[in-house]
Design a protein around this ligand. Structure first.
Ligand SMILES: [Zn+2]
Length: 174
């Protein structure tokens, strides 16, 4: 049976956007993240994180820094009884021709190839229009743009829903 997934962007959705975050002491969970993720799990969804990490390609931090902070983040989720199925990241800089940097759908396609996902009944929660574009290009129709990260262009957004933060997502995912 294929899995229903709630895909989450990281910076601006799970943690407060600080710009090229790689230090654990700068990682600040956004209010309501754990409660929201517990709700997704109880509603039959598994959770996958898809995150652009161009700070690696730009040389601001390295892949090991990313893996360290990811390990710590996953421990915090686990302490709150949340199991994150997988984390996909794009380490490339914006001038790269890779197919994984959002708005390209590469990370979603990798996830689908690996985990047999019911894309049609899955969701994407992001804080940038690039998150919504990438998800749509991979066949995800249910998208949420949250205002807890980058400034968003509400009028021109193609997102299904625009909400203050992940805390409100339980009002639209049934
Ligand atoms: Zn990439």
């Amino acid at each position: 049976m294929s899995k229903k997934i709630v895909f989450l962007d990281r910076d601006g959705v799970i943690n407060k956007e600080v710009g090229y975050l790689y230090k654990i002491e700068d990682f600040d969970f956004i209010s309501g993240v754990f409660e929201a993720c517990l709700y997704f799990q109880l509603s039959g969804y598994q959770i996958i994180i898809v995150t652009n990490q161009s700070g690696i390609g730009r040389g601001y931090y390295n892949e090991n820094d990313f893996h360290q902070i990811t390990k710590w983040m996953l421990e915090q989720f686990r302490k709150n009884n949340i199991e994150i199925l997988d984390v996909f990241f794009c380490p490339h800089a914006p001038d790269s021709t890779c197919d994984c940097r959002k708005p390209k759908p590469g990370m979603f396609n990798q996830a689908n190839n690996k985990h047999n996902i019911d894309m049609k009944n899955s969701w994407m929660i992001g804080d940038k229009e690039a998150d919504i574009k990438a998800a749509s290009a991979a066949g995800i129709q249910h998208t949420v743009l949250v205002k807890s990260g980058h400034t968003i262009d509400e009028i021109n957004s193609k997102a299904s829903f625009i909400l203050d933060s992940i805390e409100q997502v339980k009002t639209v995912i049934k």
